[in-house]
Design a protein around this ligand. Structure first.
Ligand SMILES: [Zn+2]
Length: 229
């Protein structure tokens, strides 16, 4: 039992850190965000709300520059000021921005945003425990092996989350009469942006799988949804 005490302590420490970071994230978002108020976007989010039998969908602006959308663990949806600016100056259409909102709603509805925080803390605890065990068996390289295994696991988890959120968004956009086209055109726009600015990829693309594969997955869905006559 004594042998496992350090591992238990590591897990307790990771849990405490998780609570703290969730609290800090919520506070940071509270202090640097406002509710989005835009008539054109509101018409689109109202159509999505109606498709889901909701009164309305609240979207918040997070005051940072990187182009990103995010779903907080408490279920709130955020679009960054940088992304909103692209919409305001016409680089991104209202339909395209609503596809980002639909994607983030997918992360919330499918429980990813909560699971991710849990994953993060759970992963840290698991990593620490694994390093402790592996260092006994493989002195010197235990930490290296543990880190490699954990990164693979995390990448795999987040990749499948992204495809699921894309599929959720595609279904929602289709039901709301907005369609899948804006989702695809946004992917291509963001990728173009990456190329023209020599590798400065928008954060929203970086944290997601390859554009061509995402579009292919959407087209497979569309093909399945198109009625055969
Ligand atoms: Zn995502």
């Amino acid at each position: 039992m004594l042998k496992f005490t350090p591992i238990l302590l590591a897990i307790l420490y990771a849990l405490a850190m998780y609570r703290f970071s969730a609290w800090r994230t919520a506070r940071e978002l509270d202090s640097r965000s406002t509710e989005l108020a835009d008539a054109r976007l509101r018409r689109l989010t109202d159509r999505m709300a109606a498709a889901l039998n909701l009164d309305r969908i609240r979207v918040h602006i997070y005051e940072i520059d990187p182009v990103n959308g995010l779903a907080a663990p408490d279920g709130r949806i955020f679009i960054t000021r940088g992304f909103y600016r692209k919409y305001q100056n016409g680089e991104v259409s209202a339909e395209e921005l609503s596809s980002v909102i639909a994607h983030e709603m997918g992360h919330v509805a499918l429980g990813h945003s909560q699971r991710r925080m849990i994953d993060f803390s759970g992963q840290n605890a698991l990593r620490t425990a694994m390093i402790m065990l592996l260092n006994r068996v493989l002195p010197g390289i235990g930490a290296f092996v543990a880190n490699a295994v954990m990164s693979l696991l995390a990448a795999k988890l987040s990749r499948s989350d992204e495809y699921e959120a894309d599929a959720y968004a595609a279904a929602l956009l289709t039901k709301a009469g907005i369609g899948v086209a804006p989702q695809k055109s946004l992917f291509l726009k963001l990728e173009d942006l990456t190329q023209s600015r020599s590798g400065a990829a928008p954060a929203w693309l970086l944290s997601h799988p390859k554009t061509s594969e995402r579009i292919a997955a959407l087209e497979a869905l569309e093909a399945r949804w198109t009625p055969v006559s």
